[in-house]
Design a protein around this ligand. Structure first.
Ligand SMILES: [Zn+2]
Length: 493
């Protein structure tokens, strides 16, 4: 049974054949640190994590790199907002800290390295110089653009012909470019004001009107790297010129990944990544959950409210390449399913260590454990079908419960194998924590905040608005940001 993966490049399920099975090179396009990570990010993170874990389960060695975009107009747009900081670096640092703590809270395996753009500008400049030298890029007015007409394969990932590709970049670049689809590798001098304006959230207050981002010295003058080039430079720096898996959200196929392929393959003459895996959208109602739409639930709040295990249960219940929609009912169901799985696990652990478990007893549970292991493996090898794999784990939970309900002499060997299987497939692969620590509703801080919010709601109802505001201010003084929505108050720590 070999692993097959759906490769966006070919549109087909292909057998997974890495260049070196002991060193599978995986790059994931990480976050721009202009806001707190939300459930949409958590969903993709969890799937990348499960893919990483499954590859290791199959015996592969995995080198996993995830970049952090800490140089970006979206970050510049937030300079001076509230207490976020007065420079691009300060704003970024604040969200990097948050991001790392979110990752820990979600029980993600650590990547090999989390390279940051701000630390790789020399690598980026080197790569751009190579592209200019080879005739794939040109300087114009202090900026450097990739010339899409020079790269015959342009459009191969997103399945477009060059004449159909839409114009790229902001309006004010148009006159500097030879072809509307050319994209910026290096941007002269400052940050585009219109781009900043586009990213500014209207309902917030700013201490400065025209914030400035960092700039660096380059052969073309003072400027900043374009967005796409960073992933090529960091993938080549920390992995290799040619890697096995490149992952990201479906919305990155065009232009981001298309541009990554063009600039990387033009520079090296080698295939940039063999398998392109894309996670599908995460929706809130009919819309994509996104920072710019403001319709998101921050990871930290979700972990506090639902717990890590229930969140991971929710995410793996839909496969990475299908669209998943958030709803209160769906989360409730995930919480309930996690409890069911955990209860089955605890029951089996109690039974296997009880005097009722005998090595001489043989039962149908043995067949059920092996069937689960086979079904789980088959599902995961079918392009990481976590939904089906999870169903196999629940089959085992049902079979184990039935065994314990129906008999009073238990099959020791089958129960022991059941415990191992839960821990191996549920624990090691899906990242569930059966030790009881990952239940968010149990965190004291979260419960206390909920309690204060309940008191505040009661004060409001009684017309004591002043007292209610004091409670909110008190929470904010402790670092708890409260926001009132149509569905009641939400908060983040
Ligand atoms: Zn990227």
């Amino acid at each position: 049974m070999t692993l097959r993966v759906l490769n966006t490049l070919s549109g087909e399920r292909e057998p997974f054949e890495p260049a070196d099975p002991d060193d599978v090179l995986l790059y994931y396009c990480g976050l721009t640190v202009s806001d707190a990570a939300h459930l949409g990010h958590a969903r993709t993170w969890t799937h990348v994590d499960v893919i990483h874990r499954w590859l290791e389960h199959l015996g592969y060695g995995v080198r996993h790199v995830e970049n952090i975009t800490d140089v970006n107009e979206k970050i510049v747009a937030r300079i001076g907002e509230d207490d976020l900081g007065d420079s691009e670096g300060a704003v970024a640092e604040r969200f990097v800290d948050q991001l790392l703590s979110d990752m820990r809270a979600l029980n993600l395996k650590r990547a090999e390295v989390y390279p940051r753009v701000s630390e790789h500008v020399p690598d980026i400049i080197d790569l751009i110089e190579t592209l200019v030298g080879r005739g794939y890029a040109y300087e114009s007015n202090g900026s450097v653009y990739f010339d899409v007409t020079e790269f015959p394969d342009y459009g191969k990932l997103s399945n477009q012909r060059l004449e159909d590709v839409e114009a790229q970049g902001v309006e004010e670049e148009r006159s500097e470019k030879r072809h509307p689809a050319d994209f910026a590798l290096w941007k002269a001098d400052g940050v585009s004001e219109s781009a900043v304006a586009e990213h500014r959230h209207d309902d917030r207050t700013y201490a400065v009107d025209s914030p400035a981002g960092e700039t660096w010295e380059s052969p073309w003058g003072e400027g900043r790297p374009g967005w796409h080039i960073e992933c090529s430079a960091m993938s080549m720096t920390h992995l290799d010129s040619s890697i096995d898996i490149h992952m990201g959200g479906r919305d990155l196929v065009f232009p981001h990944h298309e541009n990554e392929i063009a600039q990387s393959e033009a520079a090296t003459g080698e295939q940039f990544a063999k398998y392109w895996l894309h996670a599908d959208l995460f929706q809130m109602g009919d819309e994509k959950m996104s920072s710019s739409l403001g319709n998101f639930i921050p990871v930290s709040e979700a972990v506090d409210r639902f717990g890590t295990n229930a969140l991971r249960m929710f995410f793996v219940s839909a496969s990475y390449n299908s669209t998943q929609t958030y709803s209160d009912d769906a989360i409730e169901e995930a919480i309930e399913r996690w409890e069911r799985l955990e209860n089955a696990y605890r029951r089996v652990v109690d039974a296997v260590d009880s005097p009722d478990a005998h090595t001489k007893v043989e039962s149908e549970l043995r067949g059920a454990v092996e069937a689960t292991r086979e079904d789980f493996t088959e599902a995961m090898n079918d392009d990481f079908n976590t939904r089906e794999a999870l169903a196999a784990l629940f089959d085992l939970a049902s079979a184990a419960n039935a065994h314990l309900d129906e008999r009073d002499d238990y099959d020791y060997r089958a129960l022991r194998r059941t415990v191992e299987t839960f821990e191996e497939l549920g624990g090691d692969v899906f990242g569930f924590d059966f030790t009881g620590d990952g239940d968010g509703e149990a965190t004291l801080a979260g419960e206390l905040v909920e309690l204060v919010l309940d008191v505040r709601a009661a004060e409001r109802e009684a017309g004591n608005y002043e007292r209610a505001d004091e409670l909110r201010d008190g929470l904010e003084a402790l670092g708890v940001e409260v926001q009132d929505t149509d569905d009641g108050p939400t908060y983040r720590l």
